[in-house]
Design a protein around this ligand. Sequence first.
Ligand SMILES: *Cc1c(COP(=O)(O)O)cnc(C)c1O
Length: 453
Amino acid sequence: MKTKRFFLPESEIPTAWYNVVADMKNKPLPMLHPGTKQPLKPEDLYPIFAQALSHQELNQTDRFIEIPEEVREQYKNYRSTPLVRAYGLEKALDTPAHIYFKNESVSPVGSHKLNSALAQAYYCKKEGITNITTETGAGQWGAALSYAAKVFGLELAVYMVKISYEQKPYRRSIMQTYGALVTPSPSMSTKAGRKILTDNPNYQGSLGTAISEAIELAMQTPNCKYTLGSVLNHVMLHQTVIGLEAEKQMVMADDYPDIVIGCFGGGSNFCGISLPFLRHKLSGQKNTRFIAAEPASCPKLTRGVFEYDFGDEAGYTPLLPMFTLGHSFAPAHIHAGGLRYHGAGTIVSQLLKDKLIEAVDIQQLDSFQAGMLFSQTEGIIPAPESNHAIAATIQEALKAKEEGKQKTILFNLSGHGLIDMAAYDAYLSGDLSNYVLSDEAIKQNVSGLEKLA
Ligand SMILES: *Cc1c(COP(=O)(O)O)cnc(C)c1O
């Protein structure tokens, strides 16, 4: 019998995260202070983030950073996550490719987000912080952080993008079940929210706006810090536990990926699965391809510009050098597959600029079709986000078949879709269509960006 699922014993769960920046020849351009436009120092981030996280954010020298004992103890509740050989999908595609997926959907909250949520909550607690804030779009990050906050005894306030708050009531109740306070964004509770609501009372919210509100609340509340679930370097760092495990599990499978694929919102699950393997490409030992799969309706990697931009709508965050669609960008309402953020993290943006990774855009209907096939062949209903990675995997597996080549493909199953059935329902009812962002819309959104890169 062939082995289908590979697990690591507890003793093999990684004890350090991998910091790719230490190995990058071209480091990401520095983040800039939004006021002075000077490169940031860790101290500049202290008002917003825990100090340990501020240092991790700008660390360019330590290749490995120890995972604190308390965080490792929490990881043991669901890690290692299984590496799975997708025999069912391979058979359905009749492909010579070996397809593996790393199943992050087995975390208690159903996605990879918990890997960083636990780390961020831990460092905040350790530094004597009592309250944290964040934003959430689809609700995955909010759910993960709500649980992590409870684990480490912190009070959490979440700003949830209004359209999701209304369309995804169960995600809201999940956060509330874990004990978080959830407010739809834009709200009247912050200056940023009030301004947007005054200009446009019907605004449905965006991640950028919710981030502004969460940062503003953190800065005005004593002993309170802000946390973010993607985009930033320290989040990519924490997520490398995924790829570090997968690396050992691929050895157990006696295989090595030719192609590594992750869906792409702000980059955390893509970096999580990719960066540990990328280190062997940076050292010249391997020539693996890395593919970030993004929605055609939010195409910052394939069609955005590389510029300094804010991470949020109001411009409270540092200026980040990244591929962006402009910080005022909000995807079309017809888009149901998540991955709605306007920018890519600085690490990924530099790697893409240096052609060390690739990006593809996936049409909405193709992503759900891929999710349907995966559900029916592997039994797990994927998060709509993860469907983009599956669609890209299927494309590569079919290419391998056409070329008659055996390729080994590894993708990250970032989460399951059992709380996203409304999106599947819309697909099954024929209510979804493909949507491609127009060149004019992109041009208009990025036209206001200052040329600093
Ligand atoms: C948040 C999320 C994503 C997108 O965010 P990244 O930071 O790009 O990983 C993808 N899949 C799932 C399941 C998520 O919860």
